[in-house]
Design a binder for this molecule. Sequence first.
Ligand SMILES: [Zn+2]
Length: 587
Amino acid sequence: MAEAGSVAEKVKQQADIVRVVGEYVQLKKAGQNFRGLCPFHAEKTPSFNVHPSKQIYHCFGCGQGGDVFKFVMEMEKCAFPEAIRIVAEKCGISLPRPREHGPEERRENQQRTVLVELHREAQLWFVKQIEGTLEGKAARAYLEDRGLDRDTITRFGMGYAPSGGDLLLRHLKGKYAEKTLVESGLISRDGGGRLFDRFRRRITFPIANDSSKIVAFGARALADEQPKYLNSPETPIYSKSKVLYHLDRAKDALRRQDFAILVEGYMDAIAVARAGISNVVASCGTALAESQIKLLGRFTKRVIVNYDPDAAGQAATERSLTALLEQDFEVRVLSLPPVGDKKADPDLFIREKGAAAYLQQLKDAPPYVDYLITRARQMDLSSGEGKRRAVNFLLPYVQKIPNSILRSEWATRIAQQLRLDEPVLRAALSKAASERRSEVKLQPELVPSSAKPAERRLIRMLAEAPGFRSELAQQLEASGLFRGLETEKIFAALIRATLAGNAFESAQVGAALEDRDRRVFFEILFEDAQEPNWEEAQSCLDTLARKQLERELSEVQRGIEANPTGEALKSLLTRKQELMRRLAASA
Ligand SMILES: [Zn+2]
């Protein structure tokens, strides 16, 4: 990945993988290596290893491994350029400014930078309004009335957009061109071309993207003004369907707990987060977009949907379910019980019942199919027509269960719960199932292949015997002795890298391999081993040569057993004699 002379390579040369990994995993020195509990799978005995001189990590439990960038990409769920930046930052390495490709791109980058800066400034200003003005004081009183104390207001950056109509405009006007102000979405233009503040007499909530940059605002009306919630429009830095509210602060908790609570609005997200439950995100709009689901999927594939209990919320829940199931999410649905005679959203529920009660509700939240059966049972099931409607409501979801045994179990349950004729329901289900677009995906094979000792030693020597690596690579290449081995691809990659003559990097070779091969390769690198020497290399090559003869011999033998006649048989027998003679000589 890190090309010679590239920024990535420069960062990697200066970076210390132990220090970077150590920020995420508690590492202890173990011999030459460092060891800790693997962050990629649950374990009690450490099998996660970091090799300081080779600058690689490898988990003997789950097989994850790579270099410092791969580690950061996995942990932060970010792309390669972002990983370079993070590593550089953690190690105090300064980066050159990225090169832009054309004037168009440069202009767009500049525009984005300016808009982000404008949002930062608007945020400071909104906060100043809620803290220091009379109107702001009233807004604060309103929030406090809803149970939001000063700490929470500060923590979530809530601010206030005053009623004046052009106060933000006046604040920003001197510093930004009119065009930029309008592009930001925070300033609008009326029919007569006059500029004015988009948000007036509203509490503001900064909306950040997943790298914690404020890119938009949500704004809630103070009184009964409509609409109750008003958000930033789509802008060059903000696309509603690509941002999840609170994700920037939820990342760690999502990774740790491996599930997300999905709520509708920012007030809900704030209520849940301030109750100490950080793994919450809000879709900020009723329909969950596919790109939002993909974004969330970088952190966890398990979700508890907790939308409002009203009809709109139910419809949104069902729409989100379909989208989540399509992306292979494991989904549970929480519908909160009413508080008194009021239907409860997360905000109200936590305010009235407390965090512990909410946690219990989360724990008891049923799998989505249970939720759906409950919904179907609320339909009128007394008539045949009603039952048909209930089944048609359920079928599309059941159809999306990837596992056929589970699907069958659900069919039985649905039949019992809705008092349906099971065979009829099964027929409908199996028809639905056969129309499924995608079938069950199999887990990638993670069982390591069994590299023989001679192969393991040769691989290790090719990777780190500076004295004779290239000679060894040449011999292997010329003899082709590694062909047909289970480790063939590892050998091929090592030989290629060695003969290319560049500075050799295990991580780079590993990155070019398939998971299964990389796993074997890294295991070999972490084995305790004595100093390599040329005699041992020769004896390993002899072993491979013998193995090759044996393989060839058994092939010839199979040929003979296939009962050939005449010349064919004669030449096979000659070949067999020859191979047996060579084998005897090599022993
Ligand atoms: Zn692991």
